[in-house]
Write a protein that binds this ligand. Structure first.
Ligand SMILES: NC(=O)c1ccc[n+]([C@@H]2O[C@H](COP(=O)([O-])OP(=O)(O)OC[C@H]3O[C@@H](n4cnc5c(N)ncnc54)[C@H](O)[C@@H]3O)[C@@H](O)[C@H]2O)c1
Length: 365
């Protein structure tokens, strides 16, 4: 399976643009369908109190989608969510598919429970949007992608951070050459632990956003070397990964479940080039662009009435603009599930580096 990720650029050129990525800032969020299209019927599988609800909310408020069902593991939760959003509820995915015939199924299950349900949905031949991480195992990722490809299936993954306004400004700054040639990129992201039992849960389920973002903005990573700690007894919950990009630039990724999302600047993304530096703070919080030797800089922060760009949750709505547009048009998803496989490949290479004490190559396959 060939991953659609950026091809290496010759040394000295600007960093390049990731898979299926808009090459300009997206239009303001409208949620409007095209002139000739009826809303896509969307079913949500997963009833989590935060993110399951977020999927239900997002599809229920748009005019280009119609939330048609919710599927949960327990009938009590499924019913509660169904009543909350005034849609039929199910505890069986097949029964839901047969009765509702959705145009898209959105999957938001616990991190370590993605594989079986995703495979069943692929085999049912229904277009999919799945939550990150794709899965925790590369063979499982390959099977999902191969079976989806056999059926020519729409298979999107929710790397919604790409749709944060500051990230899009950073992306545009790269495209416009405002940073010159990239020399280094830094990603740091940390907070409290989730519930997954996997010893590398943070690296796989949370830092997948980091690997995806760094390749989106800076191009392919050609090798990794990692250090990790388990001193808090929660698996390898904090790690640093040294990166080398195919462009010749270097980078660092620091991830943690031993920090707090309450801390200011708990997310920091920095792109340092020969001509300037771009910094994104807290994903949606701030973008700043500095030029070498200049003590004044450009800063974007959401304005007084700009709740859309201020909110973490609106990144998902913006991503859905593109997901539903692509689905209607019969196009490939804006962020194909292959990007989930690539993030997993990079995470597992970091694990291998830590375990062997060696730098590990990460070619695109
Ligand atoms: N992209 C983002 O910004 C973002 C943010 C938060 C969470 N997420 C992702 O969303 C996913 C869900 O997160 P969460 O916090 O809601 O998880 P969760 O564990 O709180 O909730 C998942 C829900 O799915 C239900 N469920 C479990 N097995 C099921 C099955 N076989 N069929 C139907 N329902 C089943 C559970 O009962 C639970 O209610 C995770 O993959 C997470 O990484 C993504």
């Amino acid at each position: 399976m060939t991953a659609t990720v950026p091809k290496p650029l010759p040394r000295g050129e600007n960093a390049l643009i990731g898979p299926g990525v808009p090459t300009r800032l997206s239009a303001p969020y409208t949620g409007q369908p095209g002139p000739d299209s009826s809303p896509a019927r969307v079913a949500v599988v997963g009833t989590g109190a935060w993110w399951g609800r977020e999927h239900l909310r997002a599809f229920s408020v748009r005019s280009d989608s119609e939330l048609c069902a919710v599927v949960g593991r327990s009938s009590a939760t499924a019913e509660a969510r169904g009543r909350e959003y005034s849609v039929p509820w199910y505890t069986d995915v097949s029964a839901m598919l047969e009765a509702e015939q959705p145009d898209l199924v959105s999957v938001t299950l616990p991190n370590e429970a993605h594989f079986d349900t995703t495979l069943a949905l692929i085999r049912a031949g229904v277009p999919l949007l799945v939550e990150k991480p794709l899965v925790f195992d590369l063979a499982e990722a390959d099977q999902l992608l191969a079976e989806a490809a056999q059926r020519d299936l729409f298979f999107a993954i929710n790397f919604n951070h790409r749709y944060a306004h500051p990230v899009q400004l950073a992306h545009q700054a790269m495209i416009d050459g405002k940073l010159g040639d990239l020399v280094f990129a830094t990603w740091r992201f940390g907070g409290e632990a989730g519930t997954s039992a996997h010893p590398h849960a943070n690296l796989i389920e949370t830092q997948c956003h980091g690997f995806d973002m760094l390749e989106y903005l800076a191009g392919p990573i050609e090798s990794v070397a990692a250090q990790m700690t388990d001193i808090t007894g929660k698996g390898f919950s904090t790690m640093t990964v040294a990166l080398r990009f195919a462009s010749g630039a270097v980078g660092s990724l620091v991830g943690s479940y031993d920090s707090s999302y309450a801390y200011p600047a708990t997310h920091h993304l920095e792109l340092n080039g020969t001509a300037g530096r771009a910094v994104v703070t807290d994903t949606v919080g701030q973008f700043e662009l500095s030029r070498v030797g200049e003590e004044t800089r450009e800063v974007w922060q959401p304005g007084y009435f700009n709740d859309n760009d201020r909110q973490f949750h609106r990144m998902f709505d913006r991503h859905l603009d593109d997901v539903l547009r692509a689905l209607r048009a019969g196009d490939e998803p804006p962020v194909h599930a292959r990007a989930g496989r690539r993030a997993l490949q990079l995470a597992l290479a970091a694990v291998s580096s830590f375990e062997t004490g060696r730098r590990v190559d990460t070619p695109l396959d």
